[in-house]
Design a protein around this ligand. Structure first.
Ligand code: DUC
Ligand code: ZN
Ligand code: ZN
Length: 492
């Protein structure tokens, strides 16, 4: 008889396609059996976990997390790989794709090696998107090795000093990605427009946190999204548009998809729950809600849900990017009177992601539990080539969350178990909560207690995968990514 290391018994398994009563058998960190009833035939130290009355979901896959990232000013994000892992497990997430950032004028290799070293403290499984900030021949020459090492996605910023690339550089990254079979993720906002608006606002004395939203209204995001899609279409490279904040941006994605382009869209819980008015709280409080693109208005929440329901937005990530609020670092690193331009952008949300999306989505009847699983686990894994993740299926990694769909919780920063001293979701009531998190067959969180060993997370090397493969459609039949040096030679 087959022996298991772990049996998850009596729960309701949710996949993108089905909801079914089933037991899950795990051996060697993988799911090896799924059946209406499995015998408790356990290996030596095996365990049965009772999932009666609970949903059995794939562990969350958060494909957009800024963890222990180096900033251009020499600081490092407060959220470290160990603390981020605890936060991830507390919220039902088992894998994350984080960022390795290139500094302009510097080679990628040594910086990436340093990221890899820091990430060795992780308890969650992780990969990296490589941020590319310049496109010198030396940088481009580094990319094949990077991809061969399992980093199969690049991120480019169309805005932000000193990270942004111009259109010509963006095209170079797209072509390089196409040659290598990598996905490109894009931060879409117009750099010149934001610079212009920011200067004008500050000259007019409008510098409080709420004017952050005025400096980058939806048109700024829509224009850049349209341009990113057009340039990706020109060279036939799949892209993912990060953190879509409003429907008019999602409409650009819908139009691209209708033309058959390989363009996907991500949104985040902040665009479903926060508004620009949060940045207008008294004093410096508004800084807690500053991120880019900024949260819009309440009407936009409903319109984003419509785009999710219609399948235009495929992924809900956290864009976890924490800066503490108290003290004189983090949000206040330039003082509590700093103009919005000098307040770092980003909010923490790794642990809050699944509870907010479940509560706002499933509990409020906007999406099914199957769509929920797709949005927070299966789709991000598929779109970034994490073949073993995001699925309750035989052969997949046994990353499982036991979810109480009825549990009502009031969110607090302490519940997030992160390194940041606040959550923008403080006091929010949610329905639905993770009671246990299992990573590769090991119970790593039970009722809020984290049980994993530091360093037990694994780097997820990503190989070639279909979503990152171009369509094979180029204007006039000329492929700018064609490299005669890479073409097969004449047959012998
Ligand atoms: N926006 C980003 O693009 N990244 C980090 C944080 C933010 O607000
Ligand atoms: Zn971004
Ligand atoms: Zn981000």
């Amino acid at each position: 008889m087959e022996e298991f290391d772990l049996v998850v018994r009596g729960g309701t398994v949710v996949t993108p396609a089905d909801t079914m009563r089933a037991d899950v058998g795990v051996r060697g960190g993988r799911i090896v059996a799924l059946a209406a009833s499995l015998p408790a035939s356990l290996a030596g130290s095996g365990r049965v976990v009772d999932a009666g009355g609970l949903l059995v979901l794939p562990g969350g896959v958060d494909s957009h997390c800024h963890i222990e990232q180096l900033e251009a000013n020499g600081t490092v994000h407060e959220e470290r790989f160990a603390t981020a892992s605890a936060s991830a497990f507390a919220g039902g997430t088992t894998s994350a794709i984080c960022f390795a950032s290139q500094f302009r004028g510097h080679p990628i290799g040594p910086t990436l090696d340093a990221y890899r070293l820091r990430a060795r403290a992780a308890m969650m499984d992780y990969s990296f998107h490589q941020i590319i900030t310049d496109t010198t021949p030396e940088t481009l020459a580094e990319l094949p090795r990077l991809v061969a090492s399992g980093i199969r996605s690049f991120k480019v910023f169309l805005t932000y000093d000193p990270l942004h690339v111009d259109d010509a550089q963006f095209l170079q990254v797209l072509v390089a990605a196409k040659r290598l079979g990598a996905m490109v993720a894009v931060h879409c906002e117009n750099y010149a427009a934001i610079t212009f608006m920011t200067r004008a606002l500050i000259e007019a004395g409008l510098a409080a946190p709420k004017y952050h939203a005025w400096s980058r209204p939806p048109v700024v995001e829509r224009e850049a999204t349209h341009r990113a899609i057009a340039l990706a279409e020109l060279v036939d490279q799949p892209i993912q548009v990060f953190h879509v904040s409003c429907a008019e941006v999602a409409e650009e994605i819908a139009r691209a998809r209708a033309r058959g382009l390989k363009v996907w869209g991500e949104t985040c819980p902040q665009y479903l729950t926060l508004t620009a008015a949060d940045m207008d709280r008294p004093g410096f409080e508004g800084a807690k809600f500053m991120c880019s693109p900024p949260p819009r208005d309440e009407g936009e929440h409903a319109r984003i849900w419509t785009m999710i329901q219609g399948g235009v937005l495929d992924v809900i990530s956290s864009d976890h990017c924490g800066y503490s609020f108290g003290g004189n670092t983090g949000k206040a690193q330039n003082g509590r009177e700093a103009p919005f331009r000098d307040i770092p952008n980003g909010i923490p949300g790794l642990a809050a992601r699944l509870p907010i999306v479940f509560s706002e989505g499933v509990a409020k009847g906007r999406i099914s539990e199957n769509q929920f699983v797709s949005l927070v686990a299966t789709n991000p894994a598929r779109l970034y080539g994490l073949a073993a993740k995001g699925r309750i299926a035989i052969g997949a990694d046994a990353d499982i969350v036991l979810w109480d769909p009825k549990r009502q919780v009031r969110l607090t920063s302490a519940l997030m178990q992160h390194a940041i001293d606040y959550t923008p979701y403080e006091g929010m009531e949610v329905t639905g909560w993770p009671v246990a998190t299992i990573r590769r067959g090991e119970v790593v969180m039970e009722n809020g207690t984290i049980r994993a060993a530091p360093g037990s997370g694994r780097f997820l090397a990503r190989g070639p995968y279909p979503e990152a493969t171009p369509r094979g459609v180029v204007a006039n039949g000329f492929d700018p990514a064609f490299d005669p040096a890479l073409a097969p030679g004449p047959a012998a």
